[in-house]
Design a protein around this ligand. Sequence first.
Ligand code: SIN
Ligand code: MN
Length: 292
Amino acid sequence: MQLSAQQLEQFDREGYLFFPRLFTPDETKTLIDAVPALYARREAYNVREKGSDAVRTNFAAHMYSEPFAKLARHPRMVKPVEALFGEKLYMHQFKINGKMAFEGDVWQWHQDYGTWKNDDLMPTERAMNVAIFLDDVNEFNGPLMFIPGSHKKGVIDAKHDLTTTSYPLWTVNHELIAKLVDRAGGKQGGIVSPKGPAGSMILFHSCLVHASSANLSPFNRVSVYLSLCAVSNHIRRHKRPEYIAHRDFTPIECLPDDCLLKDYAVDLPWKHGVPESALQTSLDVIDLKVAA
Ligand code: SIN
Ligand code: MN
C-alpha cells in the first residue's frame, strides 16, 4: 500500500489519515484472540488502571507473542510510513491499550513526541504513530480525539502528569487546548475522532495533539498503538525500561501481506521472559559512535 499525493497532502494538513477496514475480520481475530492470555500475565509490561485489575497498556507484545510479532512486520502498515520518511524504520514502542468496558480511564491531552523527546532524547519528530483497532470503536467506548492541524505547532510545552492515571504522561494545559481547538474550527471540526470497525487503522503525526475519554460503555476498546521511528532518528537515552522504549534499532523487514493468516517464522526474543538488562535504565546519553 502506498499513499497517494492527495493522502500525503491531507496528512500534511490535518496530521492524520484514517483507513477503515484495512485488516479483515479473520486477520483481526488472530490478534484479539491472543489478548486475554497476554493481559492475564503478572508482568511489569502489563500496566493496570489506577485502583483496578484491568490492563491499561500491555507493552512490547511483538517481542513475545507470535501474532503481534507478525503485525509488527506487516507491509500494509510499514510500507507507507517507510515511503513517507524515505528511510527504513525500527519499532520504538508497541502497546496494546485495553480501554476496557466500564474500566478504561482517560488519556489526557498530549503529543507523543513530547514524551519521546523529554524522556528518550529522540532527536526529531520523524516517528509515526499507528493505531489499529482490535474492537469496533464508537462514540461510547472512548475513541481517540484529535485536534486537526495541531502537529503544525511543533513541540508544545507540557507538564509531567504523574497522578491523574496509572501511566505518567507529558500533558498539555487546558488553556492551550482550548486555543488549538478554536483555531482548528471550534465546534465545527476543531476536534475529530475517527471511528469504525475492528481492523481499521489510523496513521497520526507524532506531534498531533490527542486524548481520549473514559470508557463507561459495556464495549471493550482494545487497540494496538505502535510507533515507527526512522532508524537515523533513534533514541539517545535509556531513561525508560526497554519494554517501553526499545533499544534495538535494527530496520524492520516486512513479511508478506498474508502473514497474519499463514505460518511465517518470526523471532520472539522475550518468549521466555524479559531479560534483566531490559529493565535497567540510565540517564547516560548513548555514545553516538557506538550507536550509529
Ligand atoms: C495514547 O495516546 O497513547 C493512547 C490513547 C488511547 O488509547 O486512547
Ligand atoms: Mn499518545
